[in-house]
Ligand binder design. Structure first.
Ligand code: C2E
Ligand code: CA
Ligand code: CA
Length: 852
């Protein structure tokens, strides 16, 4: 603080003559030095009044101190400045000084007294509030001996000056800060002398030592050699024309750093300064480098777009093509000139265009579109678009076109394969569902009819003449239907020998009955296949939607049920789904759902029917499934297996039975110490889980492992049809299981139309002679002959024979006579609940009645 106070008044640091305050100081100083001397004016009173007024304006007063007496004279001006009364003393005056400033005031007095020259000294002090500051100036008066006798002085209110000074220094600081932040320096150039004045910031920016003398030539030396001559030219223009100049040039600083400066210059303005130019120089290196970075990245982007193999185009807001890359040009076979200005719509293939209405759907904003090439060919593209804003503020679309034609073709092929039947090329089950969904969702559902056709006795053709013949027949019938039916009809193949006909306008076809009869007569024909004429017929079931709520699946079910009803009446029959039939089909549907639940919730049960040897020993048991239905009582397989088949539940059912039967059979050896039940086999019927199923071996193995049943106790019963014509993979799967000890049995042998010769091909160890032959074996000579031939052949081929449905002792003895290995039937035991079957096991060999 003290430092500040004595700022201008330290001994030896004298202010320039006349002080800071110009005129007032200069006028008053001589008078104040000699307050007692009379002025040259005529009237001292007037003179005094003027002096007083002048002091008041200058906010100044004067004083004189007699060093010897210590007496002080305070001028009237001083007293009024300080608000002191007429008789106020030096002590009164000092009492007004800020206490902190008093020591410095003492020093000041000491300095004055010790002074050798009459040069004035100055000191700044504050009032007791610290708010105001006063400049005290004093000059000693010497006696002849050189001692100070008096001190004359002034006191001037300096408060405003200090405030101004503070403001100025603050402005200066802010200005310097601003220059630093903006990396901007200022300069002045005297075009006459060539001298330049730089702000300290400019020295810093140009990397030149602060304060060194700079000329215009020095500056030009700093300018990059390549820019130097034109920069010089611009400044000379400024000097000549006095018109402002603005440009950017490079600078190589003395330390070698390269910077870019944006410089502006103009004439200093006043006429007297004609040769003086002033201006700024701003270091814009960073900004410029970001700009070049952006330019470079934009260049890279443009290059990328040009070489990228994907089509890219720029569209303006009105969807006209503005620019496109080579890839798009070659994709569409058009050059850029032709493409420019084309609209999204014009680029779209007509087939795709017609489907789209309204502007939004026409636009190229995303999704898949079919574009059209110069030659009119469709190009399938996947679009990705992004909206952006150009430099001029205009919106534009950047669209990427990925050519997915190949992918789409492959997908179409796959889809076709998935939805179309390979053999006939007709739409398959999936396509039927899709088409029905589309038609039934429309308004014209009342015009729709669905026909389900099933070729009569096709299985016999297949089994006796082979699958190839069967295939040819199926294809020939497909073509007949396609050719013979009106265009509103779509022919599809569901599976095997089943066709479906979907008619979208049954009125046009003459009504559903007429259409069904037409189909029946188309399928009642003789087809030439491999030099023979095959006589065929088919049963037709037809259905129409009962309301808008009828689904495709419903309609299929109704037509299917109608077809079954037709089948029940004979071959070549037609049936239209009635309300009653629909109701029963619906109840079938209900049953299907319940069966699914029952399987899932373990609500089915198994009965076991013993299979005995010629002496009555229980060799194995066949597991037969039953469904204790909560409302309908105990249901037998005949009641619900068709439902399971319809609902695609056979596989589920088989898995359940396999597991439940193995779990039960695994307990048998423990009964009677393992002697009786130890080797008793467990036979399970499989209809859904068959060797053709890729999971077959895995499921069987996993179930055997999980239940702990011995492999050699497992018998799997399959009907002939699931054992013939197996691919080698399935045969290998079976062989794998046989290797472990599993036996396969051909169930119902003799019902499958195949000749006995086929027996050789069947990969089974056991042949089960169907009940039909067994029942007549004692009464019908031909049944007996078949049974005997069968047993002989089976034995010759190393297979064992089981007779099914043995109901009486005569049958048993006749069959035993021809050498049947094992017997199953009511004579020996009905199928029994698990618990009762265990009792049978405990009892030992089954009693066989004597024949009569
Ligand atoms: P299947 O394999 O031929 O089974 C023998 C059928 O003949 C059983 O009928 C059985 O009760 C019956 N049966 C046994 N002895 C005699 C007899 O002396 N006289 C007469 N008239 N019938 C006798 P069920 O239990 O009604 O089964 C019918 C068919 O359902 C079975 O024929 C079989 O093909 C199938 N099936 C039964 N259980 C299952 C199963 O768990 N899974 C599968 N996929 N099918 C099964
Ligand atoms: Ca069976
Ligand atoms: Ca059977």
């Amino acid at each position: 603080m003290a430092e500040h106070v004595v700022r201008a008044g330290l001994p030896g640091v004298a202010l320039p003559p006349g002080g800071f305050d110009g005129d007032a100081g200069r006028v008053l100083a001589p008078d104040l030095a000699r307050p007692d001397a009379a002025g040259p004016a005529d009237d001292p009173a007037v003179e005094r009044a003027l002096l007083l007024e002048a002091q008041r304006i200058a906010r100044m007063g004067s004083w004189t101190l007699d060093v010897r007496t210590g007496q002080a004279y305070l001028s009237e001006g001083l007293r009024s400045l300080c608000g002191l009364p007429a008789r106020a003393t030096l002590t009164d005056l000092l009492a007004l000084v800020h206490p902190e400033d008093l020591p410095v005031l003492d020093d000041f007095q000491v300095a004055l007294r010790a002074r050798r020259s009459s040069q004035p000294l100055e000191l700044e002090v504050r009032d007791d509030t610290g708010q105001r500051s006063y400049l005290v100036r004093a000059r000693p008066e010497f006696e002849s001996g050189g001692r100070v006798v008096r001190v004359h002085g002034t006191v001037q209110d300096f408060t405003r000056f200090r405030a101004l000074e503070r403001q100025l220094s603050q402005d200066g600081r802010l200005f310097r800060e601003a220059q630093r932040v903006a990396r901007l320096g200022t300069w002045e150039w005297n075009t006459v002398t060539g001298e330049c004045l730089w702000s300290s910031m400019l020295y810093e920016l140009f990397g030149v030592e602060a304060g060194s003398k700079i000329t215009y030539r020095d500056y030009l030396q700093l300018v990059h050699p390549d820019d130097r001559s034109w920069v010089d030219q611009r400044w000379q223009e400024l000097a000549g024309t006095r018109r402002p100049v603005e440009c950017e040039h490079r600078v190589i600083r003395p330390d070698g750093k390269r910077r870019v400066f944006r410089v502006r210059g103009e004439s200093a303005g006043t006429d007297s300064d004609r040769g003086i130019m002033i201006g700024t120089a701003q270091d814009v290196t960073e900004q410029r480098s970001t700009e070049t970075r952006m330019q470079r990245s934009s260049k890279r982007f443009t290059d990328l777009v040009a070489i990228t193999p994907v089509g890219i185009a720029l569209f303006d807001d009105s969807e006209r093509l503005v620019d496109a890359n080579d890839a798009l040009c070659s994709l569409l076979g058009l050059d850029l000139e032709r493409l420019r200005g084309m609209t999204a719509e014009q680029l779209t293939h007509p087939d795709d265009r017609d489907g789209r209405r309204g502007r939004e759907s026409q636009s190229f904003h995303s999704g898949q579109r079919v574009l059209v090439t110069a030659t009119g060919k469709p190009v399938y593209c996947e679009l990705n678009a992004t909206v952006s804003v150009a430099d001029d503020g205009q919106r534009f679309w950047l669209v990427v076109f990925a050519d997915v034609t190949d992918r789409r073709r492959a997908a179409e092929r796959l889809r076709y394969q998935a939805t179309h039947d390979e053999l006939t090329g007709l739409p398959g089950r999936a396509a039927v569902k899709e088409l029905l969904g589309k038609l039934l969702g429309g308004r014209d559902y009342e015009r729709i009819a669905l026909l389900f056709c099933d070729v009569d006795n096709f299985k016999r053709v297949n089994d006796s003449l082979g699958h190839d013949v069967g295939d040819e027949l199926i294809t020939a019938l497909a073509r007949r239907l396609e050719r013979g039916l009106p265009p509103s009809c779509t022919v599809a193949r569901m599976s095997g020998d089943e066709y479906v006909i979907i008619c979208s306008d049954v009125e046009e076809a003459g009504g559903v009955e007429a259409l069904a009869n037409q189909v029946a007569s188309l399928l009642r024909t003789a087809v030439p296949v491999r030099d023979q004429l095959l006589r065929v017929s088919a049963c037709i079931g037809a259905a129409v939607p009962s309301g808008p709520e009828t689904s495709g699946a419903d309609l299929l079910r109704y037509a299917d049920a109608a077809m079954f009803a037709a089948k029940a009446r004979g071959t070549g029959r037609v049936s239209i789904a009635s309300d009653k039939l629909i109701a029963s089909a619906n109840s079938q549907m209900l049953l299907e759902g319940q069966l699914r639940e029952a399987i899932m919730n373990d609500q089915l049960v198994l009965h076991y029917q013993p299979v005995v040897g010629p002496d009555g020993t229980v060799l194995s048991a066949e597991a037969l499934v039953r469904w204790p239905h909560p409302e309908r009582g105990l249901l037998y397989p005949g009641d619900f297996l068709p439902v399971a088949e319809q609902g695609d539940l056979l596989g589920e059912l088989d898995r359940w039975v396999l597991r439940a039967a193995f779990i039960e059979a695994a307990e048998w050896p423990q009964l009677c110490g393992g002697i009786l039940g130890g080797g008793v086999g467990i036979a399970v019927n499989l209809a859904g889980l068959v060797p053709g199923d890729p999971e077959f071996v895995d499921v069987v193995s996993a179930t055997v492992a999980a239940t702990g049943i011995a492999w050699d106790r497992v018998v799997l019963e399959l009907v002939e049809t699931s054992l013939i014509d197996l691919p080698s993979r399935s045969r290998e799967a079976m062989a794998e299981l046989v290797e472990r000890g599993v036996r396969f049995a051909v169930d119902d042998f003799g019902t499958g139309y195949s000749s006995l010769a086929r027996l050789k091909e069947l990969p089974a160890q056991i042949i089960k002679i169907d009940r039909r032959f067994v029942s007549g074996v004692a009464t019908d000579a031909s049944d007996f002959a078949v049974a005997r031939a069968l047993v002989d052949m089976a034995r010759a081929m190393g297979r064992s024979c089981v007779a099914e449905g043995v109901e009486n002792a005569t049958q048993f003895h006749v069959l035993r006579g021809v050498g049947v290995d094992a017997y199953q039937g009511w004579l020996l035991s009905k199928p029994l609940p698990a618990k009762e079957f265990r009792e049978i096991l405990k009892l030992g060999p089954v009693h066989i009645p004597r024949g009569n």
